[in-house]
Design a binder for this molecule. Structure first.
Ligand SMILES: C[S@@+](CC[C@H](N)C(=O)[O-])C[C@H]1O[C@@H](n2cnc3c(N)ncnc32)[C@H](O)[C@@H]1O
Length: 385
């Protein structure tokens, strides 16, 4: 039995056709989930490239499960998405060198990927290397050496997007994150985790996938949507326990629960600062997950935003003064942007619960670098009433 092929969520004959298509064909048809996933990649890479490629002399992206670079109904595959995001970036002439290393297990898909790259314009700053066919687990260490180019400090972003749970256990993700500026963008199979976590004999795979037993608590939850979110949270907890920053984004169709999650793991809070805008861009309501049918919605933050977690976190500062940098980093950890922070501060200030104490004069209410004093509702209450 093949567990974990994403399309196993589709029942009956359609599922069989999809599974066969993925197994037998070099190139297969895209689906709405893939489009959303690639939108997340593009938005994240836009920000990552602008920050990293103007700061460091070179950086590397490793697409560890690259696929053939194209879908048979036309859209580009992930490696081509990365290259195009670079080539079409408005700041790309100012970029330093980007190495793009692609690994794919099947020779026919490697050949197709080469063909797809040959169709792209060349750039001296973009160094593309399609590796001979190989499996990620066997090649990871060699790829890591290639990616770092002799410097542990080289920023390396790993895209880990397999078809199944077994190809990317936690030990491998940890290996990718072993250097100080490494990051991983990982496809977490929450639908399969939800469906198979209680199957006989599957617990070993689960424990290897999570790098521990902490997934077991989640199985007490029966509701599909809640359980999938809880698996994502448990996985992120495993990353936090390693001292990493992490973000998550559920990819779903319409109002169904997520089919899978994209998980970002990074050593740097700056990584989270790129992640939060991506998720808010694709999901104006909560910044937690996009539905495939709303991913193209043009509006950014005009919809009512859910900023309750940030509101609660700021209220907890009552009785203290906080520097802008502290508040901004707290917001980023809660997957919110500075824009949301200012919105919540406006709201608290209107209730008398937040005051800018420094600087006294400023052109905007909450300039970067300011200091804010927080009060509790009791401090504001009129004693006479
Ligand atoms: C989900 S697809 C990748 C899709 C691609 N990342 C994209 O977004 O367009 C997974 C790909 O990984 C390949 N693959 C499966 N197991 C692998 C392994 N252990 N190592 C490397 N590639 C593998 C499959 O042949 C398939 O092309």
């Amino acid at each position: 039995m093949t567990l974990g092929v994403r399309s196993m969520g589709i029942r009956g004959g359609r599922a069989m056709r999809r599974v066969e298509e993925l197994r037998e064909r070099t190139v297969w048809k895209s689906d709405p989930h893939t489009q959303v996933k690639h939108l997340v990649y593009r938005h994240y890479l836009q920000c990552w490239m602008a920050k990293i490629l103007q700061k460091f002399p070179e950086a590397t992206i490793v697409d560890g499960f690259a696929g053939p670079g194209v879908y048979n109904d036309g859209p580009p595959g992930s490696s081509i998405v990365v290259a195009k995001t670079f080539l079409e970036h408005s700041a790309h002439r100012r970029f330093n060198r980007l190495n793009l290393i692609c690994l794919e297990e099947r020779p026919d898909r490697v050949d197709e990927l080469q063909r797809q790259f040959a169709l792209l314009p060349r750039s001296p700053q973009l160094n593309i290397s399609v590796q001979p066919p190989g499996t990620f687990a066997e090649e990871q260490r060699r790829l890591s050496v290639l990616a770092h180019r002799g410097r542990r400090e080289t920023p390396v972003l790993w895209l880990i997007d397999p078809f199944d749970l077994k190809s990317a256990p936690f030990s491998l993700i940890r290996q990718c994150l072993a250097t100080p500026r490494s990051e991983v963008l990982f496809t977490l199979f929450t639908n399969e985790l939800h469906r198979f976590c209680q199957r006989d004999g599957f617990d070993k795979t689960m424990t290897a996938y999570f790098g521990g037993d902490h997934w077991r608590d989640v199985t007490n939850e029966r509701r599909a949507g809640v359980r999938k979110e809880a698996f994502s949270t448990a996985y992120q907890q495993g990353l936090r326990d390693e001292g990493l920053f992490t973000g998550s984004f559920g990819i779903k169709i319409s109002n169904q629960s997520a089919r899978y999650h994209l998980i970002l793991a990074t050593h740097s809070e700056a990584g989270l600062k790129c992640w939060a805008p991506v998720t808010w861009k694709l999901d104006t309501y909560s910044g937690q997950g996009a539905s495939a049918d709303t991913a193209d919605a043009p509006s950014l933050f005009d919809a009512a935003s859910v900023v309750d977690r940030l509101d609660l976190a700021l209220r907890a500062h009552a009785g203290t003064e906080q520097r802008w940098e502290t508040l901004s980093s707290e917001a980023a950890r809660l997957n919110h942007m500075d824009k949301h922070l200012r919105q919540v501060l406006d709201n608290l200030a209107a209730q008398g619960l937040a005051f800018r104490v420094d600087p006294v004069r400023a052109r905007t209410a909450w300039p970067a670098g300011c200091t804010v004093r927080f009060y509790a509702p009791e401090d504001v209450a009129d004693e006479a009433s």
